[in-house]
Structures are given as structure tokens and as C-alpha cells.
Design a protein around this ligand. Sequence first.
Ligand code: FES
Length: 121
Amino acid sequence: MRTVPITVHWRQENRTIRLDVPEGEYILRSFEQQGEPLPFSCRNGCCTACAVRVIAGEIDQREALGLSREIRSKGYGLLCVARATGPLEVETQDEDEVYELQFGRHFGRGKVRPGIPLDDE
Ligand code: FES
């Protein structure tokens, strides 16, 4: 079976992990199977806990439901639903970085008062 080299710079752990992943396999799952579990939560492309920034190569985004088009265009991807399609180098996000980029503007804007739209605060 053909494999592709996947490199993950796990910034919080100060480690770089390079593994060969069988073509078409999910990257997160293959890393786990090879003894290198990476950060995750939902495992189905919704929570962004496994989000990474792409440094080189292309990431398969077909199943990344939890990422807006805008965030994808900034070079982020979700490893739990990314399949190995070619050589790829990524780095882990800062804690909750992608979640904040995507949802931060919708939360934490003060009290929600009945009948008063958020934009009028
Ligand atoms: S683990 Fe939740 S989006 Fe990947």
C-alpha cells in the first residue's frame, strides 16, 4: 500500500512527529494506531479541537463540517477527518485558536436581553 509522509509540529509538546500514513487513511487515526495520539475531542469534524495550520501540502477538507469556508481559506484543517492524500506538514493551533476565530464573535458580547439584538449593544 502506498503511504504518504505526514509531519505534525505539536507546538504545545515541543515535538515534531513524522509518520508515513497509508494513502486514504484518516491522519488522526493512523497517528493513534502508530502510537502517537494527537489532540482531539469529537472525532467527527465538528469541535475544532484537532485543528491545525497547514505549512506545506494540501489537506483533505471534504468532511471538515466544523470549519467555515473563511477559516479553511486561511490554511486551517481538521486532522480527525483529514485523509492522507499527499505529503503534508502542519502545526497544531494555539489553544482554542480556531474556535475563537470561528465563534468568538458570536459569544461573549455581554448580556443577552430579550428583544434587543446583539448589534444594538
Ligand atoms: S476532534 Fe473535533 S473536529 Fe476533530
